[in-house]
Design a binder for this molecule. Sequence first.
Ligand SMILES: CC(C)(COP(=O)(O)OP(=O)(O)OC[C@H]1O[C@@H](n2cnc3c(N)ncnc32)[C@H](O)[C@@H]1OP(=O)(O)O)[C@@H](O)C(=O)NCCC(=O)NCCSC(=O)/C=C/CCCCCCCCCCCCC(=O)O
Length: 719
Amino acid sequence: MARYELVKRSVALITLTNPPVNALSSAVRHAIAKSMDHALNDPKVTAVVICGENGRFCGGADIREFAGPLRGPPLVPLLDAIEAGEKPVVAAIEGVALGGGFELALVCHYRIAHFKARLGLPEVTLGILPAAGGTQRLPRLIGIPAALELITTGRHISAQEALKLGIVDQVTEQNACEVAVEFALRAVAKPLSSRRVSMLTTPCPPDLDGLLEAVTMQVKKKARGVMAPLACIQAVRAAATMPYSKGIKRESELMATLFNSGQARALQYCFFAQRTAGKWTLPSGAQWNNSKPREIRSAAIIGLGTMGRGIVVSLARVGISVIAVESEKKLLETGKQMVIGMLERDAKRRGVSASLNLLKFTLSLQDLKDVDLVIEAVFEDMALKKRVFQELSKVCRPATLLCTNTSGLDVDALAGVTDRPHLVVGMHFFSPAHVMKLLEVVCGPRSSSETIATAMILGKRMGKVSVAVGNCPGFVGNRMLKPYLDQATFLLEEGATPEQIDKALEDFGFAMGVFRMSDLAGLDVGWRVRKESGLTGPDVDPKNPPRRRQGRRYCPIPDMVCEQGRFGQKTGRGWYMYDKPGGTNAKPDPLIQNLLEMYRSRYGIQPRNISDQEIIERCLFALANEGFRILEDGIAARPEDIDVIYLFGYGFPRHGGGPMFYASMVGLERVLERLEHYHQAHPDVPHLEPSPLLKKLVACGSPPVQKWREHIKTMHSHL
Ligand SMILES: CC(C)(COP(=O)(O)OP(=O)(O)OC[C@H]1O[C@@H](n2cnc3c(N)ncnc32)[C@H](O)[C@@H]1OP(=O)(O)O)[C@@H](O)C(=O)NCCC(=O)NCCSC(=O)/C=C/CCCCCCCCCCCCC(=O)O
């Protein structure tokens, strides 16, 4: 867990050996304590260097250990002892020094960083704080404002920024460990007291209270209801107002309030769920680690609408040459100008040059004959998409992968019109595609494992979180959205307003309430889908009872809003009003209020007071209930996959963990009881009827999310 060597006859080299990230597990802490003890007591040793194996200094505390009882030497006394030692200790930072790893570097008397290293205190993203002295040492080293920013955001910084801030003493392009050993030899016999960061006086800004207040406001606005950043601010205040011995106690008290909190559990779950989601498997046994992806050097995008443009940008900025195709000259020219502008702005922000030489714009599909992969991003119309796929089949070489960016249409039906169904897969990007991190990779029954592996890895290369899902209407994300949206509109009928429902959801932590989100996405999209599926429009049988369709409750209010030409932000009117078309500042609209009142009186609905609790329960439990059905149907392989989709694609708050984790945190028994209650009150809403899997899990004693897979006996796995 740590290797001890004597190098250059007098330097103790301690190498952390806990792959893959040299996390500070109990065994590693034990080994560090033993090695330090040895080094400090061996008269041959004049200095110590600490480094990590495989070019990675240390990824911090072992997060997996947080779930169980705490064992092994505690970190704070171990680190304090390293700092207090009488022999110089130098940290050789390669790869990463994160969390406890950064705190380990901070107790070393000198820090040498490789120029590619990254440093940071990401604890706040895990719902905790840097409780191994990080909140007390970093402000002493770099001052309150810079330390506050790093600790409350968890941002990783480069070695160069660390040097500028005064965190590291030297940045090197050579082997950091060798440089550190030479450095250590030169440090022997130099006084150490000024190198002990805990003994420094924190440089304090003139208006400390004002600064802390401003940061508190910022944090509350950005991360509504999240506890950890606020605790971080309090800990940093202690560094400014207390001696180290007291500050460290305050840090530990604050950590105790966070450590076992639901938010910390949820955020740590998210960390692992994100990593689990890439690990797809198929019933055939093919999976992420035994399927070889193809190398993609060139790609083509069909359609330069909002989605197509975002996908072109995402591909070009990772070095893939892209041919962009449009059907008309004017559309091609507009799309081209927009893509170039987006790439230039993106490159400027990242301080690199825009990769415009990778782009080609064309009106002819014939130009695609040699590309490795095509992503179709035309209008969401099955007949049109089929025509495109038939054409691609003729034009592209037989080995070209054909992908569709549909948000819910049948991927296998598209595969069926091609000469290569095994090379067809869905790549469902989220808008704007160059910003949103989520990618649903939709596996059709005929998609080959090589095709799936290629789409998954390509997504990762584009900086996306790729999740493999099965092929059904709406896949995972949009399929679950339906019951969620339905509950929101039923609540409108019953007496709530769009702003009340949005506020409840935003207070819960959603980036945007359901009505603001719908206004942003455009209300006409759903309207067209409802018309196509016979739920509204001229094809609806007039004998249908007014608020029922296809044998279940139906709320026509969204159709009425669209009939008035209110399509959301783009028309300046939707569920809210905006100062102009394309405006983003949502204001409640009295016309919507009138529409709701007239609607209720027309149908004799007596509006009632609806509590925020009912809003949250009906919207979120209906959402999770559909998630359970998706698991039963084999459309998602694991609850983690569903949660990752909602975290990265739909603004579900990370500190809630995602809909499935949230359900488990509330308690499956309680979710079942509330769904039964609401279904009894609304028997014509099948989405409120508890799913068989939920009932089964409750009957099995409500196991934790990670164990649900053992209870899912999927008859027809689509994955
Ligand atoms: C950037 C990375 C390090 C690497 O990224 P990448 O190369 O892309 O690789 P990944 O796929 O992300 O990771 C590879 C695998 O490694 C696993 N992993 C990564 N980091 C860790 C970790 N820190 N612990 C465990 N496992 C880790 C990852 O899951 C992958 O596994 P697998 O292959 O999928 O199986 C990147 O990984 C990264 O960013 N890592 C996280 C870095 C981080 O967040 N570090 C901070 C950790 S928290 C910390 O350090 C805290 C320090 C203070 C601790 C003080 C503890 C005191 C406890 C006292 C509590 C008192 C309360 C008492 C209350 C009571 O009374 O009960």
